[in-house]
Each structure stands twice: as structure tokens, then as C-alpha cells.
Design a protein around this ligand. Structure first.
Ligand code: CP
Ligand code: NVA
Length: 310
């Protein structure tokens, strides 16, 4: 897919099914090379700016290490370091950074700001999480599902919790690759209707379905994959207590896991609030793939960078 060169990676919605499978195959290939300790300096001499206005463990470390493994150079930039923090516009920041760098990865609050950065940058912009989407996460999640299950088409992925950025990207990504995605959330915390509609349209063309329900038991029954995320995302700290009440029953525990298929796998984008959305027993149990999933961020991110910036 030479067509990926120079593109932005803002949402999985923007990529065809074939392009997503190309990225998944490339990620598998880069993973195999790393395991064999085979050098793969596919981005030698290239630079990636990484702008963060929110915390990160996995995204930051995997992009930074990934760039190093590819022979390139990553720059970690917080908003406080950049003049962006003193009022320089996003457009001017994009124009200037495009003169130095070969790509930008950004994690911030507003999705619109990331779109604006991409609009004014002449280099690829990668969305490392916004309040709306988390597409690099979903790519690594799909990679992990395929690795554990050997296929994707027709599998049932049930997401338990908040209809948030992670849920949105799983809906878009799942719809593209043939997963039946069910979001089970408390009333009032549903995914955005626009995302549900768009994901349904995409799913219809790929032989799968998208569902939203408040009933977690029904949603867990027959699931191949149970997925969860924190009840309060970054930026929602003020709502934490209210959300703790609303989500009390929306937990992946042993009892819920029993309702899924016997060979169901469990995913969590991490960081986890153990004892809230997931119990220790499940997270540390044999059906948990959460640390494979975290590892696969590295391989998936390298695939994205190679495809866009190579
Ligand atoms: N899952 C994820 O994006 O983790 P970080 O917030 O640590 O990057
Ligand atoms: N929904 C979480 C995901 C963290 C990786 C958040 O936005 O904080």
C-alpha cells in the first residue's frame, strides 16, 4: 500500500479494509524481525516529533523506542516546552515543525486541534489519543486479537464500560475488519450516535454488526473478546465519583467472564484501575491478553510510522 505514504493517521475510519490489513501484516512482520533481532532501519535519518498535553506510559515509550529501532530519532515535546503553551497557534506550529520533522505524533484533548494540526502540516500527523478517538490503540488491539484467535471475521468483541475514545476507535476498526462490536455501557454513557451510525454503515459492507446496550450480561454472552477501559478518562477527574456510582456494575470479573465463550480473551488498553472496571483475578488470569496487547502497541506503531513516513 504505497498509498499510505504521506497520509495522516487520525481515525481508522479514513483507511480502507485493505489498508488496515496491510498495516496489520506489516506490524506482524516487524514484530517477527525484532524477535529474531534482525535490524530493520526503515526510517534511518528520519525524525518524529511527539507532542503530549496528557500523560502516557505506553504510547510515549512505544513510539519513542519504535522510532529508535527503525533507525530514526524521536523528540518528546510537552505543551509546556513548546511555544504552543504560550499561545503560538496550532497552524504556525504545524508549518514550522513541518520544516524540521518527517512526522508528528500528538496526544491531546481536542480532536479538532489534531485535525487542524494535520491540515496545516505538510508531514504525516498521527493521533496518539484525543477525547474522541484512540486509533493507534485499536490497531494494536486488532493485531492482538488476530494473534490470539488466528482470525477476525465474525468474532464477537464486547466492550464493557464508557462509550469513550477507545470504544469509538474499536467500533470503527472492528467494523472495517469484520468484528461484531457490542458496547455495553450505563445509560447516559453511550458512544456518540454519529460514530454508531458510521460504524454501522461500514460494518454492513464487511459482514459484521455494531450494537449498543445497557445490559452487560446479554452483551457478555457468547463473546470471543471482552474489553474494558477506565470509567473516568483523562480530563474527567472531576466526574470520577459520579462515574464510580454509574459504572459500579460494569466490571469484568470472573462471573462475567463465565458468560463469554470458554476460550474468550480479555483486553484492556491500560492503565487499569484494578478493582474498578476489572478485577485482579481476571487481569492476571490465563484469559488475559492485556500485556501482549500493550507490547503490540510497539509493533503496530512501528508499522504506522513505516507506512506513512517510509
Ligand atoms: N493505552 C495507552 O494509550 O496507554 P498510555 O496512556 O500509557 O499511553
Ligand atoms: N479512555 C482513556 C484511555 C487511556 C489510554 C483515556 O482517555 O484516558
Amino acid at each position: 500500500a504505497g498509498s499510505l505514504k504521506g497520509r495522516d493517521f487520525l481515525s481508522l475510519k479514513d483507511f480502507s479494509r485493505e489498508e488496515i490489513f496491510y498495516l496489520l501484516d506489516l506490524a506482524d512482520d516487524l514484530k517477527a524481525k525484532l524477535k529474531k533481532r534482525e535490524p530493520h532501519p526503515l526510517l534511518a535519518g528520519k525524525t518524529l516529533g511527539m507532542i503530549f498535553t496528557k500523560r502516557s506510559t505506553r504510547t510515549r515509550v512505544s513510539f519513542e523506542v519504535g522510532m529508535y529501532q527503525l533507525g530514526g530519532y524521536p523528540l518528546f515535546l510537552t505543551k509546556d516546552d513548546l511555544q504552543l503553551g504560550r499561545g503560538e497557534t496550532i497552524a504556525d506550529t504545524a508549518r514550522v515543525l513541518s520544516r524540521y520533522l518527517d512526522g508528528i505524533m500528538i496526544r491531546t484533548y481536542s480532536h479538532r486541534e489534531v485535525e487542524e494540526l494535520a491540515e496545516y502540516a505538510s508531514i504525516p500527523v498521527i493521533n496518539g489519543l484525543t477525547d474522541f478517538l484512540h486509533p493507534t490503540q485499536a490497531l494494536a488491539d486488532i493485531m492482538t486479537i488476530r494473534e490470539w484467535k488466528g482470525k477476525l471475521q465474525g468474532l464477537n468483541l464486547t466492550f464493557i464500560g464508557d462509550g469513550n475514545n477507545v470504544a469509538h476507535s474499536l467500533m470503527y476498526g472492528g467494523a472495517k475488519v469484520g468484528l461484531n462490536v457490542t458496547i455495553a455501557c450505563p445509560s447516559g454513557y453511550e458512544p456518540m450516535p454519529q460514530v454508531v451510525e458510521e460504524a454501522r454503515r461500514i460494518a454492513a459492507g464487511n459482514g459484521c454488526q455494531i450494537a449498543v446496550t445497557n445490559n452487560i450480561k446479554e452483551a457478555a454472552e457468547g463473546a470471543d473478546i471482552l474489553y474494558t477501559d477506565v470509567w473516568a478518562s483523562m480530563g474527567q477527574e472531576d466526574e470520577a465519583e459520579k462515574r464510580r456510582q454509574a459504572f459500579r456494575k460494569y466490571q469484568i470479573n470472573s462471573e462475567l467472564l463465565k458468560l463469554a465463550k470458554p476460550d474468550a480473551m480479555v483486553l484492556h488498553c491500560l492503565p487499569a484501575h484494578r478493582g474498578e472496571e476489572i478485577t485482579d483475578e481476571v487481569m492476571d488470569g490465563p484469559q488475559s491478553a492485556v500485556f501482549d496487547e500493550a507490547e503490540n502497541r510497539l509493533h503496530a506503531h512501528k508499522a504506522i510510522m513505516v507506512a506513512l513516513m517510509g
